[in-house]
Design a protein around this ligand. Structure first.
Ligand code: HEM
Length: 118
């Protein structure tokens, strides 16, 4: 049962990643009209599913690499802050691009940390 929950959370985790990185790839050269809501939803999804995955893995005695998770969590929080600020900037008609690029670029960094960290 825990394994089914873990895999469902992992699917959500991959979809959250797709939301951030997908929007970033499509709109990285855009001057306006950035999908800041999609990036914000993805950033929230990553923090929520990531923390839940840690809990489920601990409950299932699978354990986690604490240093790796701490690094991912710090980067994910920075992504979330950038996503919030980007969404607010879009609502106020301000420049969104630095926040959009920070969120997208750091999400790619977190993919590399997740996959390449031994
Ligand atoms: C934008 C932020 C994030 C991205 C892009 C990301 C990316 C990924 C990817 C690609 C995987 C699958 C590869 C693997 O298992 O190593 C993964 C798994 C995982 N992530 Fe993240 N992650 C993010 C944030 C977080 C956060 C904030 C946490 C927890 C605080 C977290 C915890 C985990 C855990 C525990 C797994 C292993 C799941 C399992 O196989 O049981 N992630 N993440």
């Amino acid at each position: 049962m825990l394994d089914v929950i873990r895999l469902i959370l992992l699917a959500g985790h991959i979809l959250g990643l797709a939301a951030i990185v997908g929007a970033f790839f499509v709109q990285m050269r855009a001057k306006s009209g950035h999908a800041t809501g999609v990036v914000l939803a993805g950033a929230i999804t990553q923090v929520v599913t990531g923390l839940a995955l840690v809990g489920v893995r601990e409950a299932a005695d699978l354990g986690v690499d604490n240093v790796k998770i701490a690094v991912k969590a710090v980067i994910a929080v920075v992504i979330l802050v950038a996503a919030i600020l980007g969404h607010l900037a879009a609502k106020r008609g301000r420049n969104v691009r630095p926040f959009f690029h920070a969120a997208g670029g750091l999400a790619i960094v977190n993919v590399l940390v997740a996959v390449l960290w031994p």
